[in-house]
Design a protein around this ligand. Sequence first.
Ligand code: SF4
Length: 359
Amino acid sequence: MTRFSIHNQTALKELLAENKIPAFRYGQIENAIYKNFIKDFDEIQTIPKDLRELLKENCFYQSLEVEHQATSKNDQTTKFLFRTEDNLLIEAVLMRHLSGRNTLCISCQAGCPMACTFCATWKLGLQKNLPLHEIVEQVMYAADLVNSEWSRLRNIVFMGMWEPMLNYDVMKQAIHMFTDQKKFDLSNRRVTVSTCWIVPWINKFTDDFPQTSLAISLHAPNDEIRKSIMPVDHTYNLETLMTSLDRYTDKTNKRIFYEYIMINGVNDHLKLADELWQLLQWRLAHVNFIPYNAWEGTASDWYTTTPRFIIEKFQKILEKYWVISTIRATMWDDINAACWQLARKKKDEQNEIPEKSQD
Ligand code: SF4
């Protein structure tokens, strides 16, 4: 008999119905799993023994294996490398901010087909879209860890290894679970979807999740540079993107986070700061400058990080025109926590990097 994930709500409810178990039992199981973090079905004392046996026969709690877990020297960041049942590696990163806010970045795909030149994921192409339970398990695992530290997971960002809009239906189900009061109970604004602008899906997202936060991988204020570092710009140019983002802000009145990775000599010329404020000045925008994390796994091994003083100059120019921005702290260099670095490193060690399959 094939067992299914305890996070498969539909299958679990069907199992209870088939066995003439009253519907309220589902709530008790849900409470045990998501509120009390019980992993062993035998320990769910609120349900009868017969039902515990039924769960053991038909369901599993966790399919992901923890391949590697590393915490940065300052204890702020923990990176998880998980192995799926079909032997793929996926990553999640937990960031403990000094304010007490805990944020988890999760993966929604294994690999990514988008081929951004600055990203260590590019050599893998897309390996698979993750099923719902593999996404939820990343969150359960990290939430359990944070809980054991007497704290709480506050934010989830769909931003690990992947382009989330390419696994839209599963991402949608996951967001519903994360914001369900009886499960993870996060407010919608504390869930953020980060995308490299697949425009039709952004429009759909706007209609489906007007309360959920949106982050855009912008990385350059004009098509010429964007095309050279993000192939998706060949399909959806800046004008098309901004039209769809204006629709999002018109409908939601929410500020969009614009991610801007700072790569020395590529997208950090100060004249680009002028183009950037002109693009964003009258929009609800927050720019997040990300110092490039140099690593040999990217498409262009000569990329280096923009010096901090240049990033600050960039920021000052934006400030002058009332465009809000922050510079992301690099609190994880010692654990290879940038996008897909740990998994690539692990695969390199195993000499099993497949050829890039699709870009
Ligand atoms: S930056 Fe994001 S969208 Fe681009 S290749 Fe890497 S994981 Fe994919």
